[in-house]
Design a protein around this ligand. Structure first.
Ligand code: DQA
Length: 150
């Protein structure tokens, strides 16, 4: 199984940016944590962070027919990007939306998610463990599909 893990703008600033909201763990240790989790489950990963919307759109397009699942934290683009939504719809790869913070309890503008419509699930407010839960959901989703349950 191959999963693409995408992170949007400012996620590279984890550990520095607003630690009271996003925690003290930095981006490098987040990557190591996700990689270890995937290794233990025999899941192959590609991980990419970008501050540029088009780079994320390109990565989604390039995943077409190459990846079984996408874990995406679109960060601020969650609340603005029709382009990311359209790219996810275009490739049709099962996708889980992840937010480190609980966006449901934050500003009104964070309640809007354009990408959600193209995702099988959203995980918000579980800190960086949300990425691991997203991997589990994608593994389960693939099994269910194989067994004809969905
Ligand atoms: C975020 C929430 C977004 O509203 C914000 O713009 C981010 C991070 C999260 O992981 O909690 O950059 O996606």
């Amino acid at each position: 199984m191959k999963i693409l893990v995408l992170n949007g703008p400012n996620i590279n600033m984890l550990g520095i940016r607003e630690p009271s909201i996003y925690g003290k763990e930095n981006y490098a240790s987040l990557l190591a944590k996700i990689q270890n989790y995937a290794d233990e489950r025999g899941v192959k990963l590609k991980m990419l962070q970008s501050n540029h919307e088009g780079v994320l759109v390109d990565a989604i397009q390039e995943a077409y027919k190459k990846f079984d699942g996408i874990v995406i934290n679109p960060a601020a683009y969650t609340h603005t990007s029709v382009a990311l939504l359209d790219a996810l719809k275009a490739v049709g790869i099962p996708t889980v939306e992840v937010h480190i913070s609980d966006v449901t309890k934050r500003e009104a503008f964070r309640q809007i998610s354009y990408v959600r419509e193209a995702c099988i699930a959203t995980i918000a407010g579980h800190g960086t463990d949300g990425y691991l839960e997203a991997i589990d959901l994608l593994i389960e989703h693939k099994k269910a599909k194989k067994n004809g349950k969905i």
